[in-house]
Ligand binder design. Sequence first.
Ligand code: PLP
Length: 389
Amino acid sequence: MELRTRAVHVVNEPLGDGSRPLSVPLVQSSAFAFDSAEELAAAMAGPDGRYVYGRRGNPTVRSLEQTLAGLEGGAGAIAFASGMGAISGVLLALLRPGDRVIAQRCLYGGTFSVLSDLAERYGIEVVYVSGDDVAAFEEAAVHPAARVLVLETIANPTGQVADLPGLLAAARRLGVTSVVDNSLASPVLCRPLELGADVVVHSATKYLAGHSDVLAGAAVFANDGLRRRVWPRTVELGACADPFAAWLVLRGIPTLPLRMREHCANAAALAELLRVHPRVTAVHYPWQPSHPSYDHARKVLSGGGGLLSFELDGGRAAGRALVERVRIGRLALSLGGVETLLTHPASTSHRELDGAALAEAGIAPGLVRMSVGIEAVDDLWADLEQALA
Ligand SMILES: *Cc1c(COP(=O)(O)O)cnc(C)c1O
């Protein structure tokens, strides 16, 4: 079945009496009762027995895990309290002191912080390479301590798309476990496990849930051995998904393919209109032929996604004025929801950086990031035009 059919029919186990509710039941219980100590002990043996305690598993959470495993083409999944919970949980489970991580240079800020902390406090070496440089990765990965490769399908805010087929094949060959953050593409636009990844991580807060009302995350595994290796660490870390959060993500998934279609169509249209606007000096959207990742994007994605960024000729002041003048788009830090959001990194997330430091981070002073929502594109463009004017 096609993905949009599978997305509508999320995994939903029948009730004990055989009834089959159409909506996944929300089992908001922190613990589960048993008749015998023996049964309870047996249930504690692993991730797939009867439910015992919320941190170890929950029926609503398991529905989400199995649904995501199905959509990504994985053997299994673990749901987390947030995307950062998933990233931290997976990295802590896979790494030991002395190991080497190889990561793409253009990386989500939270992931960069985790890697910096692992390097500083736990003796893990982190080597950064460009997301399209297979030779540089191979050089770093032939080292005997090389353990994990960290990539993103679409990086933020530049829209850089990694050379997933090249890097993932090399990682396989060299015995390095690959972890791909697929939050910005979602399984609708890319399924990294099909391209050879070992683990896919998600901020389900973004497109999977899609309505800016829940924090959640997930890791999906290519084989069950990996899931069983990460699961005990997850139980210890305690960054497990809350059942209601899992329920809200499950509520969003049936419309994920429809939403992604609209996000992509709106973003592509706006990117083209922005490209020829006199106040705009650059547009970064991987579905445009002028984008440096265009060839990789056409190979690994089935659409350009909903995130774009653009640079204004008036520098810092112009970027800031724009995000304060839009009326439909909102100034907010998240992305991937149905509503259009804008941020101006130079006056918000990166305000501490001077011109030189901004340049080193690859962020122009007048750069505006836009998470394009599913509103009517004519309304979004009219809003941008008045703000640009
Ligand atoms: C938001 C985001 C995260 C972190 O997810 P949270 O749910 O906020 O913890 C990780 N990776 C990417 C690419 C993101 O956009």
